[in-house]
Design a protein around this ligand. Structure first.
Ligand SMILES: [Ca+2]
Ligand SMILES: [Ca+2]
Ligand SMILES: [Ca+2]
Ligand SMILES: [Ca+2]
Length: 436
């Protein structure tokens, strides 16, 4: 197999091929822009239909207004060119993404879901990952340089899948990307708009991520969101006295919230994309950097593990379903809790001042809460939320016990649950921007 160097890629595309591609594209009902990929684009040397199964070429017509809010699988605002060709294996409706210096750039989940497959082949897709978005919708990320995601991991839109590479049958670094429904291919879209093959665009993976904290120190938690930008992000906090906006972090950061200085008011911070380094914001705006906590593939956590009023850090390791809590003296305490398709949550379920652990299954809205007592642990299961809702824990009524909550991405509404003597009731609070 001829492996073209980056500088040689342009020689692959001849006027004759372009003409054939245009004709085939028209026959498929694909935009004629299909063939207008950039001359310098790296692409696939072929994935081999045998790898794909008998349904590899099956296609289906889908309305972009339905299904997941797929976004370009890169950090917010990052510019990439997405091309294809009629002979693109396994379907002309799959996207080869290129950008200058693309080798090693992060590939991110296009929409929320659960990682269902990670695999390393020496041919075809090379190192690749499949994410299940529910109801038959899947995305695939191929030719990765390295895989970061773990099977069973719950991902939000913008979470790290791996790094762009040229593994398997690839002519140079690029990300081969697929959107599928029930295994069938369709004209892919991003930001609810059908992709014009050959176009260059900025990733719209800039959706709000919900969070909660006690921004004014009155003992009750309030909603907030982390809004990614091309250069970092902004915290928008819904303080009772008015909205507070804090510019913070770097592109691709994951937000964390905690009362790190123990003054009774929550602070914000972020964990870097694929990094074990955290940046925590002090009350006066100063930055404290904490490095070497877990790995870049762990989910960052914050909680007051010892109940002294100050938040500590920790992480959740997807591969072993393990919470790792970092004590104030730097030692680590681990709890194995959770299963495939569950994501970690933190809250003080018994109101003793120390945070407890839990997991949330977004497909069913099932919470399994693990309360850590002096004489051992106890657990209970609560159903609240479901598909399209992200978990947000907070003490909504200020009674010292954390309550459950969710944020629905299509409406940007927080549902805050309070337990009552007769069951539970919910309060809806709109905050943040709805995602597509
Ligand atoms: Ca408050
Ligand atoms: Ca503490
Ligand atoms: Ca507790
Ligand atoms: Ca409460």
């Amino acid at each position: 197999m001829i492996r073209l160097r980056r500088d040689d890629r342009g020689t692959r595309r001849t006027p004759l091929l372009t003409g054939i591609t245009l004709a085939l594209g028209a026959a498929l009902g694909v935009s004629t822009a299909l063939a207008a990929g950039p001359a310098a684009a790296a692409s696939d040397a072929g994935h081999g239909s045998g790898r794909m199964g008998p349904e590899s070429a099956r296609t289906v017509t889908v309305d972009p207004a339905t299904g997941p809010d797929f976004e370009m699988p890169f950090t917010c605002g990052q510019s990439w060119t997405g091309s294809s060709r009629a002979s693109h294996s396994p379907s002309a409706w799959t996207v080869d993404w290129n950008t200058p210096d693309d080798l090693g750039k992060p590939a991110l989940a296009s929409a929320p879901g659960v990682v269902t497959l990670t695999r390393s082949l020496t041919t075809s897709y090379g190192r690749y990952v499949v994410v299940d978005h529910g109801n038959g919708w899947t995305t695939l990320y191929a030719h990765l340089n390295a895989i970061v995601a773990t099977v069973g991991q719950v991902v939000d839109q913008g979470d790290l899948i791996g790094y762009v590479g040229s593994s398997g049958g690839s002519t140079g670094p690029h990300l081969h990307f697929e959107e599928r429904l029930g295994g069938a291919y369709f004209a892919p879209w991003f930001t609810r708009t059908r992709w014009i093959f050959g176009a260059t665009a900025a990733s719209g993976s800039c959706g709000d991520r919900p969070l909660a904290g006690d921004w004014d120190g009155d003992g009750k938690d309030e909603p907030g969101v982390w809004r990614p930008t091309a250069t970092g992000g902004r915290f928008l906090l819904r303080a009772p006295a008015g909205k507070q906006t804090i510019a913070w972090g770097r592109a691709g950061d994951t937000p964390v919230v905690g009362d790190f200085d123990g003054d009774g008011t929550s602070q914000v911070g972020t964990r870097g994309l694929g990094s074990s380094s955290w940046q925590l914001r002090g009350r006066t705006g100063a930055t404290a950097t904490v490095a070497g906590l877990g790995t870049g593939s762990d989910a960052p956590l914050s909680g007051d593990w010892n109940g002294d009023g100050r938040a500590e850090l920790g992480w959740y390791r997807w591969s072993s379903h393990t919470f790792v809590l970092r004590r104030t003296d730097g030692t680590l305490k681990s709890y194995v809790w959770g299963q495939t398709g569950e994501q970690p949550v933190v809250g003080d379920w018994d109101g003793n001042g120390a945070d407890d652990l839990g997991v949330y299954r977004p497909t069913t809205g099932t919470w399994r809460l693990l309360t850590i007592g002096t004489s051992g642990t106890s657990s209970r299961t609560v159903t609240y939320g479901g598909p399209g809702e992200l978990p947000v824990v907070g003490d909504w009524d200020g009674d010292g016990t954390d309550d459950l909550g969710t944020w629905r991405s299509t409406t940007a509404k927080f549902s805050q649950r309070l337990e009552t003597s007769s069951g539970s009731r919910s309060t809806l609070v709109g905050f943040g921007l709805r995602r597509g």
